[in-house]
Design a protein around this ligand. Structure first.
Ligand SMILES: *[C@@H]1O[C@H](CO)[C@@H](O)[C@H](O)[C@H]1NC(C)=O
Ligand SMILES: *[C@@H]1O[C@H](CO)[C@@H](O)[C@H](O)[C@H]1NC(C)=O
Ligand SMILES: *[C@@H]1O[C@H](CO)[C@@H](O)[C@H](O)[C@H]1NC(C)=O
Ligand SMILES: *[C@@H]1O[C@H](CO)[C@@H](O)[C@H](O)[C@H]1NC(C)=O
Ligand SMILES: *[C@@H]1O[C@H](CO)[C@@H](O)[C@H](O)[C@H]1NC(C)=O
Length: 635
């Protein structure tokens, strides 16, 4: 009948108006501005996503973590690409092993997870320099994250490598990447440079095409939204459990009057800094606010869902009132722990998701098994000053005034600055960092006698004694570059002169240190043991290397390494840099050791660089659980 036909016609008009028309067969992903939703293959689509960073998880555990996210009921993951992880040396690109981004995308696709990709170039992420390579700092006064031509050239070169690799992975091209974020919280950066954002938009369009959904994410203020958004990039917001979600989404609406509501970073927990209390966000709060957002029809990404670990030197730092370095663990109090284990928070989140979409049937994969291997004795190898032949094979660079890490082209870790005392200092004499130029911590000894430390922002003077001509050794630690705010040009090393008494110290020998290189070649375990035992009696203060062996017991299970009563340093197992430890400050007390790092049949080689003071009993402990929440107070 005519009226029925008209009715059906009207219904179909309404439906198509509601969420677009069905496109048979073709893969498509877009935004329906009329009806406030995403459209996937012509059907209305919302995502419930979780952040996971492949750079913080060893490759052999990627599939396990992704499967647990899928079984929670997520239909997408959100992923950062850290530029400095792939291009540590300018012009040399690494996409192998733990850096095999395409393998990660493939595993996610096989698991049934779509991908929200965040390729930066700046990513924040509490990652070294917010993902920017430190070699950018070779140009003095470069204005990062702006239309500075040297910066833009470097970005263009990187994107010409990265983005063509990603293009086949776009959903519209048969892959799983549904949306791509441009920059990251750009509105919270001082530069507010629209030419920069326009340049990025041009690059993304050039390499990825006109059809992919590009978006921005910003903090929840008008200023941030004004500087961070750009025509043609869909504007989204980020906020945690303490924000009024009506107010937050109203702000997104002022910049995107139509289109899906999106919280791109809904904080399930928070990061830790050394010396601070461990951050906790309750499972009840997370699940309640998640439910409210999903009820409003929003698409939500949980940041983090699986945090992982800042292995090696990859942690970032903040600099608000003072420099504060991010701890090695990036557990984040997230639904999956640092070691990838489901928590009460994960099950609370899953219970919420169940109300909104069908979740996969079948059991959640269990926690990976953990093992307490117990105590391992260590022995002293030698202090840093006596090991320079091994750990600084190319020897020092001579310079009247100190050079930075960036000038030396050693971007991470530790460097040794050596000079001689210009005069007798029989009375304790102040060694001063007048311009606060120790970035970030200096360990000072005179002729083998450890005399103390200088520390950025908090400890700019110490006392030194000695005689004219004595060797003054200053080991400087880069504790991770600032990843947020206006101070991301974070040069490391001695970035200004030191003054001793009234003299500016000059005529330095600067030793770049490649401790990781020496360890990856088998040192110190492969070296003769005689030298080691002969130096046992030296005092255990000042920067010193120790070694030990965890005998194999047939198991290669996850474990947690506790350096109880050790002070501060860095630790390696079987050549892999597990990261920094600092139990004297906390809150992190144990380091995550992924099981597959361990050998079931060969001796497992442990190397420790202790910077300050080793305990009386030279031993470390492997436990079956982490301890991330003991802030011991400042030493
Ligand atoms: C992603 O997975 C789907 C479904 O299993 C498959 O059809 C498609 O070919 C995969 N895409 C890529 C790029 O591997
Ligand atoms: C959130 O803000 C709205 C608008 O200002 C207000 O009506 C509402 O009561 C607030 N909600 C909560 C939970 O505070
Ligand atoms: C370093 O070790 C050497 C050789 O064992 C010793 O002579 C020197 O005093 C030590 N220096 C420090 C800084 O401990
Ligand atoms: C530990 O070092 C020893 C001595 O160099 C070597 O023989 C052994 O293979 C190393 N163990 C592992 C697991 O690589
Ligand atoms: C630290 O965490 C453990 C394990 O989650 C918990 O049992 C303990 O109560 C916490 N301690 C503090 C001081 O918060």
């Amino acid at each position: 009948m005519a009226s029925d036909a008209f009715f059906l016609f009207a219904v179909s008009m309404v439906l198509s108006a509601l969420c677009g028309t069905l496109v048979s067969g073709a893969r498509s992903f877009s935004i329906d501005y009329k009806n406030n939703c995403f459209l996937k293959d012509g059907k209305p689509f919302h995502y419930i996503s979780g952040s996971i960073h492949y750079s913080r998880i060893p490759q052999y555990y990627w599939k396990d973590r992704l499967m647990k996210m899928y079984m929670t009921g997520l239909n997408a993951i959100q992923v950062y690409v850290p530029w400095n992880f792939h291009e540590t040396v300018q012009g040399v690109h690494d996409f192998t092993g733990d850096r095999d981004l395409e393998h990660f995308l493939n595993l996610a696709n096989q698991t049934g997870l779509l991908v929200i990709l965040r390729p930066g170039p700046y990513i924040c992420a509490e990652w070294e320099m917010g993902g920017l390579p430190a070699w950018l700092l070779q140009k003095p006064n470069i204005i990062l994250r702006s239309a500075d031509t040297d910066y833009l050239d470097a970005v263009s070169n990187w994107f010409a490598i990265l983005l063509p690799k990603l293009k086949p992975w776009l959903y519209i091209n048969g892959g799983n990447i549904i949306t791509v974020q441009v920059e990251n919280e750009y509105g919270s950066y001082f530069a507010c440079d629209y030419n920069y954002m326009r340049h990025l938009r041009t690059l993304f369009r050039l390499f990825l095409g006109e059809d992919v959904v590009l978006f921005t994410t910003d903090g929840n203020t008008d200023k941030e939204m004004t500087c961070g958004t750009l025509d043609g990039l869909y504007a989204t917001v980020d906020f945690g459990t303490d924000t009024n979600i009506t107010v937050a989404f109203n702000r997104q609406r002022r910049f995107e009057p139509q289109g899906p509501l999106v919280n791109s970073e809904f904080y399930t927990g928070w990061l830790d800094h050394w010396g601070d209390q461990h951050a906790i966000v309750s499972a009840q709060k997370v699940s309640r606010v998640l439910e409210e957002m999903l009820t409003m029809g929003a698409s939500v990404n949980m940041y983090m869902f699986e945090g992982g670990t800042n292995f090696g030197y990859w942690n970032g730092a903040d600099h608000d009132t003072r420099f504060r370095s991010v701890v090695t663990s990036y557990d984040y109090d997230a639904p999956l722990t640092e070691a990838g284990d489901p928590t009460e928070k994960l099950y609370a989140v899953r219970d919420v998701i169940k109300q909104f979409r069908d979740i996969p049937s079948g059991p959640m994969p269990p926690a990976t098994p953990k093992f307490a291997y117990g105590f391992v004795k260590l022995q002293r190898v030698g202090n840093i000053s006596s090991l320079l032949d091994t750990i600084s094979p190319f020897g020092p660079v001579q310079s009247k005034y100190p050079l930075t890490f960036e000038e030396m082209k050693q971007y991470y870790g530790y460097m040794l600055y050596r000079t001689t005392l210009p005069q007798d200092l029989s009375e304790p004499t102040p060694l001063i960092s007048p311009l606060n130029g120790v970035h970030d911590r200096a360990y000072v000894s005179v002729n083998g006698d450890f005399q103390g430390m200088l520390q950025r922002d908090t400890s700019l003077v110490m006392s030194v004694t000695g005689r004219r001509g004595d060797t003054l050794d200053i080991l400087v630690e880069n504790m991770g570059r600032v990843n947020f705010g206006s101070k991301i040009n974070d040069y490391k090393g001695l970035v200004s002169n030191l003054i001793l008494g009234k003299d500016i110290l000059t005529d330095w020998k600067i030793y770049p240190l490649d401790i990781d290189g020496a360890i990856s070649r088998g040192w110190p375990h492969s070296a003769s043991q005689k030298a080691v035992t002969s130096s046992q009696r030296e005092p255990s203060v000042g920067p010193t290397i120790y070694m030990g062996v965890l005998e194999p017991n047939g198991l290669a299970w996850d474990t947690f390494l506790k350096l109880n009563e050790w002070t501060k340093g860095q630790v390696w197992i079987n050549g892999v840099n597990l990261g920094r430890y600092w139990p004297a400050w906390g809150p992190q007390q144990t380091l995550y050791v992924p099981g597959p790092l361990l050998s079931t049949s060969l001796p497992n080689n442990i190397t420790v660089l202790e910077l300050e003071r080793a305990p009386e009993h030279l031993r470390v402990l492997f436990m079956d659980r982490p301890q991330l929440n003991v802030t011991a107070g400042k030493s």
